[in-house]
Design a protein around this ligand. Sequence first.
Ligand code: PTT
Ligand code: SF4
Length: 592
Amino acid sequence: MNSEAKPEPYQEDLALNFLGGRGFAIKILWDTLKQGTDPFSPENKLIFATGPLTGIGLPNSGKLVIASKSPLTGGYGDGNTGSWAAVNIRKAGYDALVIEGKASSPIILHIKDQTVEFLDAKDLWGKSSFEVEDQLGKKYPKLAGVVSIGPAGENLVRFATVVSQNGRAGGRPGMGAVMGSKNLKAIVIEGTKQIPLAYPQEMKKLAVDGYKELLTKPLYSFWKRQGTMSTVDWCQENSCLPTFNYRQGVFDKAEGINGFTMEKIKVSNRGCPQCNMTCGNVVKDTEGKDSELDYENVVMLGSNIGVGNLTQVATLNRLADEFGFDAISLGSVLGFAMEASEKGLISEKIGWGDFDAIKMLINDIAYKRGLGAVLAEGVRSASAVIGQGSGDWAMHVKGLEVTAYDCHTAPGMALAYGTSSIGAHHKDAWVITWEIKAGREKYDAAKVDHLIQTQLLRGGAFEALTVCRFPNGSLGFEFEWYQKYLQASTGHNFSLEQINLISDRILNLIRAFWVREYGDKWSRDLDIPPMRWFKEPLTEGPLKGSVLDLQKYNDMLDIYYQKRGWNKNGIPTKETLEKLGLADAASQLTLS
Ligand code: PTT
Ligand code: SF4
C-alpha cells in the first residue's frame, strides 16, 4: 500500500502561542490548507489533536479534538470527544495526528509508539461503529484507543461523526465524512510511554487533590444520577425545549423523556477516560440493546420530532451511534422533513413521532436513498432543494444544525449560536441559564460581555487545553486548578490574561479561516440565527407569542463586533489580528 507516515518535530512556538487541541488544529489548517479546498478532496486534512493536559491522570482529561475543513458548513469544523485514543496519542509520544491524502482502498491506521501500519479494512467497510470496535477490541489490548466511522461516514453524509467507545461521538460538522472520504475506517493507537511532565511529583499531588475536590461539590451526586439529562426539565420549565422543529418551547410528553424517567431504566454509567463524574447514562432500548443518553441527543431525537417515549428515543440514539451520525443534526433534519411533510411540501408522509417511519428514514439517510439523500446533505442544503420558504425553519447557523435550545426568548443564547466558531453549537458558549437569571428580555452590552468571556473560556481555553469542561461548567471546579495543572505539565506559569490572549488568538484565526473560505459569500447575515425565532412566535406554553426582535439582535451583534475588534461585517480588523500576532491573517484578508 502506497502510504507513509512522517513524524514532525515539536514546535515550542506553536505550543506557547496556541497551547494545543483546537489551537493546533486551526493553526495547521490556516497555514497548510489552500483556500477553496474541497472538504472531500485528498488535500483536506483531518486532525486529531490533544492538549497539554490531555491524557495525564487528572480530572476529565481523556478528550480529543477532531478537526477539519467541514463538508457541512464549508468553514472550520471540529468536535471534542472522549476516547482512549486521546490518552494513547500522548503516550505514544505525539500531540496530534494529521491525516491527508486518500487511501486507494479502505484501511485502518494502526500506531504503536513509533511504529505505523496501514492495514487492510475491506472486511470492516460497511460495518457499524460498534461492530468495528468490537472486532478491533478482540485484536488489540483493552486500553488501546480506537476511533472509527460507521456507514454514514463511509457514504459521506455531511453530518457524520467519528465514534469511539460505543457511544462517544465527536466532530458534528462532518468529521466522520472527511474520514470516510479518505477511505479511513478506523484508527487504533497504542502508547506505552510516560507523558513528559515538567513537575511530575507536583502533578501527582494536584491530580489526587482535584479528584477529591470534585467529590465535595454539592452537585456531584445529582450529576452522577442524571448527568446532562436534568436539562430536559429545566428547558421545559423555561420554554426552551426544542419541540416539533423548534416551534413550541414546551412538550406535553416531556416527563416521558426527562432525567427521572431515565433514572428508572438506567442500567449503568459510562464515560470518558480519567473521569470520576461519568455522565453517560446507559439504558436498554426497544430491542434490549445498550444506548448511552445525553440531554442533547434525547431531545433532538425526542421532543424535536414528537417522540415522547424514552426507550424509543434510546433506539434512535443507538442507531445514530452505530451509523455514526451526529445525533443533533439527525434530529434536526428529521424534524425539518416532518414539517415539510405536514405542510405538504414533499410527497413523503412522515408523521411527528412515527417511530417506524423515523427508523426507515434514518436508514435512507445513511445510504442516501430518496428523501434520505436530500437530508444527508444537511438542513441548509435540504431547504435549498425544497424551497417554498422552508429556509426560515431550516434550523442552522452557517450550515451547522442548531443544538438543543429554542431561542425564541433567549437573545443572548441566539447570539452565542450566531457567533459560535463552528456554526450553531453551544460548545463555545452555553449562556442560557445565566441569561434567564440576568433577564431574558434584555439585548444589552452586559450580555455581550458575558458571552465573550464564556467563549474565551470554553471555546478557547478548554478546547486548547483539551480537557472536559463539565467539572468547571457544571460542578464549579475552579479554573485555577487548570492553571496549576498547566504549570505542572509545561513548567510555564500562564496567567489568566495570557490564557485569554491565546483563546482570543485561536478564535480570531478561526474567524479569519471562515472569511477566507467564504470569500465574496461572506456577510454578517451568516451570524444571524434562523428566521423562525424572529418571525414565528412560540406556539405553546407560558411564553406563547414570544419572538426575537431582529433590529435589537442586529444592534447587539454590532456591540459584539465592536468588542471583538471586528468590522461591521464581522471580519477581524487588521489592528486586531496584528495585536494577536496574526499578521499573516491580516495580510491574507487584505483588510483596512
Ligand atoms: C457534541 C455534541 C453533543 S454536546 C452531544 S450531547 W452534550 C451529542 N452527542 C452525540 C452522541 O453521543 N452520539 C452521536 N451519534 N451524536 C452526538 N452528537 C452530539 O454531539 C460529550 C460531552 C458532552 S455531551 C458535552 S455537551 C460536553 N462537550 C464538550 C466539549 O465540546 N468540549 C470540551 N472541552 N468538553 C466537553 N465535555 C462534554 O462532552 P462534539 P463526547 Mg461529542 C453519544 O463531540 O462534536 O463536540 O459534539 O463528545 O465524548 O460524546 O462527550 O449534552
Ligand atoms: Fe466525559 Fe462526561 Fe466525564 Fe466529561 S463528565 S469527561 S463528558 S464522562
